[in-house]
Unconditional design. Structure first.
Length: 331
């Protein structure tokens, strides 16, 4: 992601997401249909943007795990006379490392950078691309992306769209996660882990122990009422695993050290908080038509000709998947 690092909470949430993350792992808005539409978009853009021969300097901004770069490498590989010189850039070291390693024999350079303050000279790249990332760094990131496009170069970005399919999915996930937060499930589990051994040893009353157990049970029931009817998705999967783990640990409390369980609870709380923050941040950065007009203005002010402001659709009658912002710099 291309977070403006002045927003430390935002940056921390995305960095935590990518830390130790495997490619294609959880918390992603992806299904076969969505992935196919994204790939179709980029395959067409890259086939048009890459020349038939010569060296091409390409950068994938706010690269995440490098999905766009992987497609670029595939397209370039079908053009035997093209030499692709690629850079992946993201605010997260783990993300750029994952992206750079995802393209096999292609030697991609990794740059940890805030997309609103790119460490590249003007007119550095022939092709500048980004998928669901620049908007997190704010309008300045689009101006910066335009700045590094060479004469005859191309810029293309997919941007979260207000009222679109991703926004709807993120809202559904946020609602599930908020149910866990509102039920104070992890707080009740922490109380249980601390109180029940004391009740067994007699250092607190049996009544206090029972009240603690009842509070945990009620929190689990509250979460179950929300998660049960929720649509399938990464938040439902995350919470489902969390509930199962809590039930298993609570049922075998004597098999674990209290300090180990407290550390596990703290880790789950941090993951829950970061996951919830990512979902709500996606809602905050989803762009309206007026927003996109302003972003196009950022590119135009930098000397690029905006050739398209449109959407990628989920299908006939479906919600839009993303805004498309395409621009070129004249020779």
């Amino acid at each position: 992601m291309g977070l403006n690092t002045e927003n430390h909470t935002e940056a921390k949430a995305w960095k935590q997401f990518w830390t130790g993350r495997a490619a294609g792992s959880e918390h992603r808005f992806r299904d076969a249909g969505t992935a196919g539409r994204l790939q179709s978009h980029w395959s067409a853009v890259l086939a048009d943007a890459l020349p038939a021969s010569g060296q091409v300097d390409l950068i994938d901004l706010a690269c995440g795990e490098g999905e766009v770069l992987q497609l670029a490498a595939r397209v370039a590989g079908s053009l035997p006379d093209v030499r692709l010189n690629a850079v992946v850039s993201d605010v997260s070291l783990d993300a750029v490392s994952l992206a750079a390693a995802s393209v096999g024999q292609l030697d991609a350079n990794a740059a940890v950078a805030d997309c609103a303050q790119l460490p590249f000279a003007s007119s550095s790249f022939d092709v500048v691309v980004s998928q669901f990332g620049l908007e997190y760094a704010g309008p300045a990131a689009f101006g910066e992306a335009g700045r590094i496009v060479r004469p005859s170069g191309r810029f293309n970005a997919l941007v979260h769209v207000a009222g679109g399919a991703v926004e709807h999915a993120c809202q559904a996930d946020a609602d599930v996660l908020e149910a866990v937060v509102g039920a104070e499930l992890l707080d009740r589990m922490r109380d249980y882990v601390i109180t029940i051994p004391k009740a067994v040893s007699g250092s607190v009353s049996r009544e206090d122990g029972q009240a603690c157990a009842d509070a945990l049970r009620q929190a689990l029931e509250t979460v179950a009422r929300t998660v049960g009817p929720a649509a399938p998705g990464p938040a439902r999967d995350f919470v489902g695993r969390l509930v199962q783990d809590i039930q298993a640990a609570a049922g075998r409390l004597g098999a674990y050290r209290t300090e180990d369980l407290e550390a596990w609870i703290a880790g789950q709380a941090a993951e829950l908080d970061a996951f919830h923050h990512r979902m709500t941040s996606m809602l905050r950065v989803a762009q309206t038509e007026a927003d996109m007009s302003a972003l196009a203005g950022q590119l135009s002010a930098g000397g690029l000709s905006v050739t398209r402001v449109g959407t990628v659709s989920m299908g006939e009658g479906g919600a839009p998947l993303a805004w498309v912002l395409d621009a070129r710099r004249a020779e």
